[in-house]
Design a protein around this ligand. Structure first.
Ligand code: SAH
Ligand code: SF4
Ligand code: F3S
Length: 486
């Protein structure tokens, strides 16, 4: 990266085309940061806090790449010089967390008055949020959205040189700029965007409003990115999109998600392929066949249910019924018997009756998911559901939520127990945060297992016997280290 930036003429004008323009501003910022470091006689530190989903996690890797190219270092225990919150707004809770954290940052800024405080991500695409921050959190220096994260260097340059606040939000994602630096959180696995945005407009969901229209990336760009990652030590990729199995819509090349997977499978050195999130309405027979025949695609499907009631599913604009969902699960399980199935469920969507809720419980009890994320419906301003009558009272939701959780746990425990005593291939991911003598790894079906192991083995594949099922994770023992396979 330094080499690329060294070759940029800092006295020339900023180029108009991207990504050259951003490389130019990275070089300009780097010059400024170097002078500042000299003046202070210490490094400059940054800290990024990421809220929300894998999309945001991926964006934060890109933001980290830009900041490191500029010359900032990731803060461990130091008071940072640049703080960035990459925000989420999918539920009210996500927003509240950001406001809570901002209070703490204000105190920290007193210790380092030159600290730059920045906010980006999905919450910033909402006008009311930005208005509130300008008014009540005026110590925030920089605000940008989801469609201009590629511009971080240019925006930083403006702040560093003009010392003025910068707020810039684009309301569309028509300019997608790629090939900028990115720093991976894990050396051996990585998320890869295959599309941006969402066109589904589920009536409760704010994502289409804050992430813009669905846009698939060209196959060649995806393949080139993965090939490059593999060259740099990545063995597992997670293909990212809000509706991955509608991949291909709007591209010149006629291609669907199943075909894309077949192409990615051919990449030598790549060991595992995951994807998140498929939509039940677009889960084709072809996709099931490709998964079944693949040696690399993990045996895991995260299949958001949202509700088990056909009536509510229609009101949610999900385009499938309870029966469609159950049939799809049967089809997937018949073809891929050891598949791990996980889901998302919302409790308390407007108008949800006891009967509707019983349908949700019924699906959960029939399917027995390996695990499920359960959410209390959160009203998002601007979505159709926010205006619906019959919002469900809080106490009713709470009671349903607890019942649902019990049903989910009993399903997970059942599934989890089925594999107890078997041996599975596991990718070792990290040292266990609670017990440092253990490492944690992931099975193909996405379950987690903890076992005694040396941290040098992180990123490697091993065979692990699943000794004890603990509900939705296992304790196990390594029985072989098949590093030779890699
Ligand atoms: N595109 C993915 C993920 C979207 S956000 C999908 O279609 O599944 C992740 C999850 O958040 C959703 O699956 C949904 O269960 C939940 N969610 C979204 N909006 C919500 C809201 N307003 N209230 C509660 N949960 C919500
Ligand atoms: Fe939201 Fe539905 Fe799009 Fe998922 S598919 S991001 S739930 S609108
Ligand atoms: Fe949240 Fe944005 Fe993801 S709203 S869930 S971070 S797409």
């Amino acid at each position: 990266m330094d080499k690329i930036l060294d070759n940029i003429d800092l006295n020339s004008k900023a180029p108009f085309d991207e990504p050259d323009r951003q490389y130019y501003f990275m070089a300009k910022c780097r010059e400024y940061v170097a002078a500042k470091k000299k003046e202070l006689n210490r490094p400059l530190f940054f800290n990024i806090k990421t809220f929300g989903c894998q999309m945001n996690a991926k964006d934060s890797e890109k933001l980290t790449g830009i900041l490191e190219a500029i010359g900032y270092e990731q803060a461990e225990n130091e008071i940072p010089d640049f703080v960035l919150y990459n925000t989420c707004t999918v539920r009210e809770n996500a927003n509240l967390k950001v406001y809570g954290n901002l209070g703490n940052i204000k105190k920290l800024k007193k210790k380092n008055p030159e600290m730059i405080i920045a906010l980006c991500g999905c919450m910033m695409q909402e006008k009311e949020v930005v208005d509130k921050i300008k008014k009540s959190y005026s110590f925030v220096d920089l605000i940008f959205g989801t469609h201009n994260i590629f511009k971080l260097a240019e925006l930083m340059y403006e702040i560093l040189t003009n010392k003025k606040k910068v707020y810039e939000i684009f309301d569309k994602n028509d300019l997608v700029v790629e090939n900028l630096p990115s720093v991976r959180k894990y050396s051996f696995k990585c998320g890869v965007n295959i599309m941006y945005g969402c066109d589904n407009f589920c009536t409760y969901c704010i994502v289409p409003y804050v992430r813009g229209r669905e846009k698939s990336r060209k196959k060649e760009h995806i393949i080139a990115e993965i090939e490059n990652l593999v060259k740099n030590g990545v063995v597992e990729v997670m293909l990212l999109g809000q509706n991955v199995n509608s991949y291909g819509k709007g591209l010149d090349e006629k291609i669907d998600f199943a075909t894309l997977l077949t192409e990615i499978e051919k990449i030598e050195g790549l060991e595992r392929i995951r994807f998140m999130t498929p939509h039940p309405k677009d889960f084709s027979d072809d996709l099931i066949r490709v998964m079944k025949n693949s040696k690399k695609i993990c045996k895991h499907v995260h299949l958001p249910l949202q509700s088990g009631s056909s009536r509510i599913l229609t009101a949610m604009n999900r385009h499938y019924s309870k029966e469609d969902y159950l049939n799809l699960v049967d089809k997937i399980r018949n073809e891929i018997p050891d598949v791990g199935l996980t889901t998302d469920i919302i409790v308390g969507f407007p108008g949800e009756t006891d009967e509707d809720f019983l349908d949700t419980l019924d699906v959960v009890s029939k399917v027995k998911f390996d695990s499920a994320y359960t959410f209390i419906y959160s009203k998002r301003t601007g979505t159709p559901a926010a205006k619906m009558e019959n919002q469900v009272p809080e106490d009713v939701i709470k009671e349903r939520f607890d019942r649902l959780l019990k049903e989910v746990q009993s399903g997970s425990a059942y599934r989890n127990k089925l594999k107890e005593g078997t041996t599975e291939r596991v990718l070792i991911e990290e040292v266990n945060s609670q017990d440092k003598s253990l490492c944690s790894g992931r099975l193909s079906n996405n379950s987690i297992v903890h076992f005694k192991c040396n941290k040098d083995m992180i990123g490697k594949f091993v065979d692990v016997r699943l000794d004890e099922a603990k509900g939705f994770y296992y304790y196990g023992t390594i029985i072989s280290n098949d590093e030779a396979v890699r």
